[in-house]
Write a protein that binds this ligand. Sequence first.
Ligand code: VAH
Length: 310
Amino acid sequence: RILIIGACGQIGTELTARLRAKYAPHKVIASDIVEGDTAMMQSGPFEILDAMDYDSLQDIVIKYEITDVYLMAAMLSATAEKFPMRAWNLNMDSLFNVLNLARDGKINKIFWPSSIAVFGPTTPKVNTPQRTIMEPSTVYGISKQTGERWCEYYNKKYGVDVRSIRYPGLISYTTLPGGGTTDYAVDIYYKAIKHKKYICFLNAESTLPMMFMDDALKATIGIMEAPESDIKIRNSYNVGAISFNPEEIAASIRKHIPEFSISYEPDFRQAIADSWPESIDDSLAREDWGWDHKYELDDMTKIMLENLGK
Ligand code: VAH
């Protein structure tokens, strides 16, 4: 059986639905610190769980005979800058809880999300390699870089089958993101429909790696279903899809809403975005376990506006 920790988050919500559609719903246990929406609560088992509470997590693993865990709970980049120690404790304690369950043979397989936030201002920004200089300047990035090191350590030392991908900014219409720097790329669609204008908290030139949620879910389930021998990288794989800046996503929106206008009022998140790459080299994920993205910017814009317009 599968346990999703942080099932009510931006990724967790859709991941839960996707896994319940793929496997029998009763085999996919959703958990979070708060209850989910009606669809989540009525479509399969749910448990209130604090990801930092080892004993409660172990009780759920035993109760449902969990074999695979997707650890989707974390504090993202912008919020983590406001609460550094809470972010460090949540992001790290939750990871150690799951890694230690696997080390002790209580679960078989782990998915743990890393992020392009592991890269920093000194990292080559264009087509960022899998292995390169990584001096993250954000609390979130530091926690993800450290988490990657621990994943590789537990794999090499204890044989823990933990698999990870470095998510770019993720865009979806089902669940609002919480506390990220790339969240402008979701908010802009809501504001385009509601007000036909958007005040962006990043400047026009802030090019960042991004991905539509359907591609992110394909990568997540894809790496978890790959044969163990295909997974050659045990810290975390680069995965990429599209790269754009606020001006380019605004132009994409104007193909549907010609009068849409954007203005720029950069805030503290500009420094975070400036420290991250513009585009990612994901050739190893494509070679090792067949990663391939499908959605380009205009495809995503069409889907976002259609679904948010309803
Ligand atoms: C954030 N959406 O903005 C997350 C992600 C690469 C960005 O880590 O913090």
